[in-house]
Design a protein. Structure first.
Length: 321
């Protein structure tokens, strides 16, 4: 008797309907089919890279349905890399990942971060492909959220905490990466002061539920409640200024791959903000002739309006209404 669960939403074609191929390919495919249900996720991803032909891709994508999102999360970079660099052979994999993003906000964010990083790398051979994929995944995610809102039974346009969280999380990550580029433009002896000032401003507008993306999918869901800017410091590279930042977190419940239910509880009254202005305007640095550069922090109230627009009104309580 056939049963269904959340994996049926991924919409991958069954491997029982694979088209016929040449004799040698058919034998290889039959050998793989003998391992159906026994391969671990690493073996499936490795074979996705090894076999580009459509029948293999269909079968192996159907095998991916067996795994839960937290099992797939560590392999998102490899999967996205195949989608980015093999557009002709990765249609099945691309469709699978699109539907996988529907089941987990954490996975959707990891996919979004990968394609955004590919855009920032500015590699000519895959830049346009990365931009197309970034737009496609973002459009798919928000069309899903809009459909969910429009389909509400009461007919009212209520707050959408998942879309709100997505926008806030992406804005936080992009702001922190832009900060690394901004710091590189200042003299080295001023960078720590500018870093701490910028983090202090960012800390004031962090809303409930945000986290840094360098986590495992099945880890307990901890969100940022405070940034310790005084202990943060800059590192050195040739093209950017990476920095070490320390944050205080609190456990909200569940895991990162199942955070949707927790977000519904803690952010249900927060409206999404469609636009994200550039919060990181360059601080005032004065360089006089034959003297060292000096850093002058703006006034305390500077940037309050941009802060409110950037992440919405700050939420100071972790207790749901």
């Amino acid at each position: 008797m056939e049963t269904t669960d959340w994996r049926d939403d991924l919409g991958v074609q069954s491997f029982y309907h694979i088209p016929s191929t040449s004799s040698e390919e058919s034998n290889t495919l039959e050998c793989l089919k003998q391992l159906a249900g026994e391969m671990d996720v690493w073996v499936v991803v490795k074979n996705l890279y090894k076999y580009k032909q459509l029948p293999y891709q269909q079968f192996l994508c159907s095998e991916l349905r067996r795994f839960q999102p937290h099992q797939l999360a560590p392999y998102i970079p490899q999967i996205c890399n195949m989608i980015l660099h093999r557009p002709i052979h990765s249609k099945q994999l691309e469709e699978y990942v699109l539907r996988l993003c529907k089941t987990s906000v954490h996975i959707a964010l990891r996919v979004s971060y990968f394609f955004q990083a590919a855009i920032e790398d500015n590699i000519v051979q895959c830049l346009e492909r990365a931009k197309d994929l970034s737009r496609k995944f973002r459009r798919f995610y928000f069309s899903k959220e809009k459909a969910s809102k429009d389909g509400s039974q009461d007919g009212h346009e209520s707050a959408n905490p998942i879309a709100s969280f997505w926008l806030d999380e992406v804005c936080l990550s992009h702001t922190m990466t832009r900060l690394a580029s901004l710091l590189f433009t200042f003299p080295e002896h001023l960078r720590n002061d500018i870093l701490r000032y910028s983090l202090r401003n960012l800390e004031e507008i962090i809303s409930v539920g945000l986290y840094l993306p360098c986590v495992w999918g099945n880890d307990d869901y901890h969100c940022i409640v405070d940034i310790d800017e005084q202990d943060s410091f800059c590192l050195k590279t040739k093209t950017r200024t990476p920095y070490m930042v320390f944050v205080e977190t609190i456990y909200l419940g569940g895991t990162y791959c199942t955070l949707e239910k927790t977000l519904q509880e803690f952010r249900r009254d927060k409206e999404p903000q469609p636009d994200s202005p550039n919060l990181l305007s360059a601080p005032d640095v004065t360089i006089e002739e034959n003297s060292e550069a000096t850093f002058t922090p703006p006034s305390e109230n500077a940037g309050d309006a941009a802060s409110d627009e950037f992440l919405g009104k700050p939420v100071h309580s972790l207790t749901p209404d």
